[in-house]
Design a binder for this molecule. Structure first.
Ligand code: ACO
Length: 332
């Protein structure tokens, strides 16, 4: 039988730390409001010269190093981001170009906060069906230059940050060793507009116009309360579903790595699942919400800190724009 194991993991965050107090200089907000509502204390903002592919590339190189792979070992790339360098093509081909591995296929995943889970399930499918033996999966986001740094944009500007994370996935035939066990992927497009950027858009005539900027269509729109309400239900559903798929209990999980959107959402999930603090990883206090990067960035830090160890049963879960959500369970 063919299974997929995680051979390596890595992350990258830009150097520049932006505290809540720094945001106070740009908009009517406060450290207290941000910490109380979200748990976020600071985030990273990319340098002016850094692109979102650069963040993915740095994370990919760290994961390749960790796995002991060379770029030539990569047979396929899956790249999850909502903040690509170009409207098209996606970042996958740009990363492939930067890694110097011409000819290697590259797939872009457009599932926002759930992008990494969708990418993980997709890569697992490719490996298990025998199409590839080694896949590089990257989640990276450059939010900062798209944020509206005024009071008008404060509802989202205080939440998001930049960063990247990556994993190297490879085939194994050992059912008892580390391997991916189960995934589930869900969506409910009725809520597409509740967390979205509406333009540029091929549904508009033309795709781009100055009026789109004036109408606020080119920045993130979020119905925060609706997102929160759905998130606290969908996270436990997806986690329970993946546990049932494998016939294990929540108490069997060594570490839960949820998408890092909001500490209040994570705390609610922790409570509903009956998990103790040491079994749930959170680093959004330092990075804010890095969307498709948040899970691999959290996983990479959990490994570096010794919180995620080889042999552990680990669950990852995400919810976000789409709405899309899902979970993955694996033995590391
Ligand atoms: N600083 C200060 N005040 C603010 C800010 C800010 N940055 N943003 C909004 N406010 C004000 C609002 O204008 C409002 O003022 P009003 O009462 O005078 O109208 C007040 O604060 C309360 O706003 P609410 O939106 O009701 O605040 P709420 O308690 O719902 O918290 C939040 C907002 C943090 C966005 C919350 O709804 C939330 O966490 N939602 C989930 C959203 C999320 O995590 N999105 C991330 C992407 S999706 C994902 O990754 C899961």
């Amino acid at each position: 039988m063919r299974y997929t194991r995680i051979a390596g993991v890595g992350h990258y965050v830009p150097e520049r730390v932006v505290s809540n107090h720094e945001l106070e200089k740009h908009m009517e907000t406060s450290d207290e409001w941000i910490v109380e509502r979200s748990g976020i204390r600071e985030r990273r903002f990319a340098a002016d010269t850094e692109t979102s592919t650069d963040l993915g590339l740095a994370a990919a190189k760290a994961a390749l190093d960790n796995a002991g792979w060379k770029p030539e070992d990569v047979q396929f790339i899956v790249y999850a981001t909502l903040s690509p360098d170009m409207f098209f093509p996606g970042n996958g081909v740009l990363l492939q170009r930067d890694l110097g591995i011409e000819g290697v296929g590259a797939l872009d995943v457009r599932n926002q906060c759930s992008g990494f889970i969708y990418g993980l399930a997709t890569a697992d499918g490719f490996i298990r069906m025998g199409m590839y033996d080694r896949v590089l999966l990257v989640g990276a986001e450059l939010h900062s230059s798209g944020l509206v740094m005024t009071t008008e944009g404060r509802d989202t500007a205080v939440l998001f940050g930049d960063g990247g994370g990556a994993v190297c996935l490879e085939v194994t035939d050992d059912p008892d060793g580390g391997r991916l066990l189960a995934h589930n992927l869900h969506a409910d497009g009725r809520y597409a507009e509740d967390l979205a950027m509406l333009a540029p858009s091929a549904a508009k005539r033309p795709w781009f116009s100055a009026s789109m900027i004036d109408e606020g269509l080119t920045t993130t729109k979020m119905n925060g309360r609706e997102v929160f309400r759905h998130a606290v239900t969908r996270f436990p559903q997806a986690i329970n579903e993946v546990l049932e798929q494998e016939g294990v209990q929540a108490s069997d999980i060594d570490l839960l790595i949820p998408h890092q959107a909001n500490l209040r959402i994570i705390d609610a999930v922790k409570k509903k699942m009956g998990l103790s603090d040491d079994k749930v990883f959170a680093n959004l206090q330092k990075y804010g919400n890095t969307t498709a990067a948040s899970i691999p960035l959290a996983f990479s830090e959990a490994v570096a800190e010794g919180r995620a160890k080889r042999g552990d049963l680990i669950c990852m879960a995400a919810f976000g724009s789409g709405f899309t959500w899902g979970a993955s369970l694996f033995r590391f």
